[in-house]
Design a protein around this ligand. Structure first.
Ligand code: PXL
Length: 250
């Protein structure tokens, strides 16, 4: 086990600290990782919503990545908000070039408050270029529905969608469960062979903005620390639960 493994987040800024890069860096740091961060976009937002956004030029994202990779390669990389197809392509090219194996792709598309964080062309680029590189993808139910074109309202439908997501190139799939109707948050892991269910009572928090970012970052961090995937999912889920219970998701 590495003492303080480098974990790189590629994500957008949420200046209020509730989601995005700020959440990622806090999560990685809290969990004993050495956080690196490549920004894709700046937003003006707080938990009530996004009022403005500046997406960075893809070439500048590429330059940031080159600088980071030239310094020291991260053990694990996590992607969040990518904004445009051009940024998705630039990120995919760099990760491929540097043969990044531990890659957690959180296919962020829309903010909790409803603002689009990845263009429609970006969704296509993510499917074509980034998913084939992913060690694990962590969609929530609405994201998995967009990526597969399937409706997910039951466990059998979830399983079908997860098989399809693996078919798009991700090696492993974690369907995060904050959107199920009912009293339980049920996360499902599909490793290509088996489905594993992680269930915990749903926490009706006043603020759940940023839970997806925290989960994917925690997962990347536990993987970087050498945990197996199922253990990493369980630990990441417990971490997010703890933050929700504390009223501080991020
Ligand atoms: O929770 C998804 C997310 C990711 N990244 C940024 C965000 C949000 C949600 O608001 O703002 C920058």
């Amino acid at each position: 086990m590495v003492a303080e493994p480098r974990v790189l987040s590629i994500a957008g800024s949420d200046p209020s600290g509730g989601a995005g890069m700020q959440t990622d860096i806090r999560t990685i740091t809290l969990l004993g990782g050495y956080a690196q961060g490549v920004l894709t976009a700046l937003t003006a937002q707080n938990k009530d919503g996004i009022v403005a956004m500046q997406i960075l030029p893809a070439d500048f994202v590429r330059q940031q990545l080159e600088a980071v990779f030239a310094a020291e390669k991260a053990v694990a990389v996590k992607t969040g908000m990518l904004g445009t197809a051009e940024i998705v392509s630039a990120v995919a090219k760099q990760l491929k070039h540097h043969a990044q194996e531990l890659l957690v792709v959180d296919p962020v598309m829309v903010s909790t408050s409803g603002t689009r964080l990845l263009s429609l062309e970006g969704v296509q680029a993510l499917q074509q270029e980034l998913l084939p590189l992913a060690w694990v993808i962590t969609p929530n139910i609405p994201e998995a529905e967009v990526l597969t074109g399937l409706q997910i309202t039951s466990l059998p439908e979830a399983r079908e969608a997860m098989v399809k997501l693996r078919g798009q190139g991700a090696q492993k799939v974690v369907l995060t469960g904050g959107h199920w109707a009912g009293d339980y948050a049920v996360d499902i892991l599909f490793d290509g062979k088996e489905f594993q269910i992680f269930s915990a009572p749903f926490i009706a928090a006043a603020n759940n903005h940023g839970t997806g970012c925290a989960f994917a970052s925690a997962l990347a961090c536990f993987l970087a620390r050498g945990e197996g995937l199922a253990t990493a999912v369980e630990l990441a889920k417990n971490f997010v639960r703890g933050r929700l219970i504390a009223g501080d998701v991020s």
